[in-house]
Ligand binder design. Structure first.
Ligand code: UDP
Ligand code: MG
Length: 311
């Protein structure tokens, strides 16, 4: 059997306090295994000491590779860059904040050895505050409904996949990249492992409410045409309602004496109808904007500098 080389694909953005601890904990685990490995850090435009620390470590350890994106492209692009640069037979995608425990890496390798192409970490329990938990619940629930993708409940960041899976991933050239969606869309032979999640080692989550909302919109618009279908259905429904109104009006005119339709009712109907039209044109426009973005075929990210990478 060919020797395993594991690439740790790690996006970093303002993670100066986590890097050293992350390297320490993963190294302890990896050095005990009889495999070759490398770190592929992708810096997503941090302006703190994140890259300095990684470069310092990389000078002493050639296994540590760094790709610096020229500015903040977003985690989705960073992960994509990481997978593009990783040279392993196997890859594991992890955040450096140590929420997903490195000690689980051997279990992922064992599971992969059973012949799976991808093994997803599933959180036993979500370590997060109440509001975030509720938000996540709604987010994933809506997403499953809208996209029909079978995204496992409690999906963690930590996941391992092989070269075959990574090559498939690279084939997805879309600009609007919802990574979880792409992973599910690839499919292949997948398995799940329950893991215990910890608190963030240091720093705070970069995904504030606005970023999370944007991610939710990305996910829905990139993997589902349901909003367009809803618009069509509503349009048909309203037209039906309008026709019924005309019939009712004719009936009232013919059979009721003194019937007078008020102007308020007309204004209300006009306002509601116009509002709905603008809303649905807006939905269509969201798709058009995305189509426009896709047709430009711009590169997904721009790399400023690489360290310990020789291609
Ligand atoms: N991240 C990134 N670019 C960004 C925001 C975040 O590469 O614009 C990275 C970040 O360094 C971390 C990962 O994405 O490794 C997940 O971010 P975070 O831990 O803040 O989010 P959470 O775990 O709370 O979802
Ligand atoms: Mg995190």
């Amino acid at each position: 059997m060919e020797k395993i080389k594991l690439s740790l694909v790690v996006p970093v953005y303002y993670e100066e306090d986590c890097i050293r601890q992350f390297l320490k904990e993963t190294k302890e685990v990896l050095d005990k295994l009889e495999i070759d490995y490398e770190y592929v850090f992708i810096d997503d435009g941090s302006k703190d000491k994140t890259t300095d620390i990684i470069k310092e470590e990389a000078a002493a350890n050639k296994k540590i590779k760094l790709v610096e994106l020229s500015y903040n492209h977003g985690k989705q692009a960073a992960v994509t860059a990481g997978i593009n640069y990783a040279s392993g037979t196997h890859m594991i995608y992890m955040d450096p904040d140590l929420q997903d425990p490195p000690i689980e890496i051997p279990r992922f390798l064992e599971e992969m050895a059973k012949g799976y192409d991808v093994v997803y970490g599933i959180r036993r329990e979500k370590k997060d505050n109440f509001i975030n938990k509720i938000y996540s619940g709604i987010f994933w629930g809506v997403l499953r409904r809208f996209t029909g993708l079978e995204i496992p409940k409690g999906l963690a960041v930590m996941r391992m996949f092989n070269r075959k899976f990574a090559d498939m991933f690279i084939q997805y050239k879309e600009q609007n990249r919802f990574i979880e969606g792409i992973f599910m869309h690839i499919g292949l032979k997948s398995s799940q492992l329950a893991i215990d999640q910890r608190e963030r080692f240091s720093g705070v989550s970069k995904f504030n409410f606005k970023r999370k909302m944007n991610l939710a919109f990305d996910a829905i618009f990139d993997f589902s045409e349901t909003p367009l279908k809803i618009a069509v259905r509503m349009g048909v429904g309203l037209t039906g309602l309008g026709l019924l109104g005309i019939v009712a009006l004719a009936f009232a005119k013919l059979f009721l004496l003194n019937f007078q339709a008020g102007w308020l009712s007309i204004i209300s109907v006009i306002i509601i109808a116009t509002g709905l039209q603008i809303f649905f044109i807006g939905i269509a426009a969201m798709y058009i904007g995305r189509v426009y973005k896709e047709t430009k075929h711009r590169p997904l990210y721009s790399v400023k500098e690489t360290t310990n990478i020789d291609k």
